[in-house]
Design a binder for this molecule. Structure first.
Ligand SMILES: [Cu+2]
Length: 243
């Protein structure tokens, strides 16, 4: 009984898993469904196939002129209709997930992002900018090059590029989108757990492609608003100084 409860708790914890980020959860749901249906179909086909291969294997002089099945309409209808239902389900379910992956939910914060050789320019709704430059020394960045992101809020990104094609890959959210010169593409993501996460360039773009990354610093919304406001204040002050 004790072990059964422990097992149930373990199974429960798997299902109650906290969602770390969107839209990765939609992608993972599709993968899980495809995987388990594939396993099920494999077992339904392979186990009887092995059984029949052994049971009706060739033996000299036995069943050499044996019984033949001429056809079975009911069976043929069943093995046509069931796969059609499975295929329609996989198609519609995956498409529904794809639509959620592609379209940012209402009320998402919008960020403009310009990729360049080799780095990223983030522009926030109030005009505050963060530049994340490539770093030949390693995957570290000074504080002012980290792009702050509010935790638990959907972020819609408008992408473009200044030179060649890059690709913005938000690793924790399992989503990537090309940044193409002369074109604006879009994507969205949401990270629920505060922390620092990597973004990588996922389109080979030259010498420092492998070091073209950005660090997303995901913080609670209040802290994000403070940070965003600070930037505005700094910008105003520097403008006043210039004037
Ligand atoms: Cu790149």
């Amino acid at each position: 009984m004790k072990y059964l409860l422990a097992l149930l708790a373990l199974v429960g914890s798997v299902f109650a898993e906290e969602v770390l980020a969107y839209p990765r959860v939609y992608w993972e749901n599709s993968v899980k469904v495809w995987f388990w249906i594939a396993v099920l179909i494999y077992l339904i086909v392979a186990i009887p196939a092995i059984y029949f291969a052994i049971k009706y294997r060739y033996k000299k002089g036995e069943r050499e002129e044996g019984d033949h099945i001429e056809g079975n309409t009911a069976l043929e209808i069943v093995w046509t209709v069931i796969p059609i239902i499975i295929v329609l389900f996989l198609g519609t379910y995956s498409f529904a997930n794809f639509v959620k992956q592609r379209n940012a939910p209402e009320g998402a914060m919008e960020i403009k992002l310009v990729a360049f050789m080799w780095g990223w320019e983030f522009e926030y709704p109030n005009g505050k900018k963060v530049y994340a430059f490539f770093n030949p020394e390693g995957y570290t960045a000074p504080e002012e090059q980290k792009a702050y992101i509010p935790a638990g809020k959907p972020i819609k990104v408008y992408l473009t590029s200044r030179d060649v094609i890059h690709s913005f890959f938000v690793h924790p959210a399992k989503i990537t989108e090309d940044a193409v010169p002369g074109r604006i593409t879009k994507m969205w993501f949401q990270i629920n757990k505060p922390g620092e996460y990597f973004v990588f360039c996922r389109e080979y773009c030259g010498t420092w492609h492998s070091r073209m990354f950005a660090i997303l610093k995901v913080v609670p919304e209040e802290e994000f608003n403070r940070w965003l406001g600070e930037g505005q204040a700094v910008e105003q002050t520097s403008q006043q100084i210039i004037q």
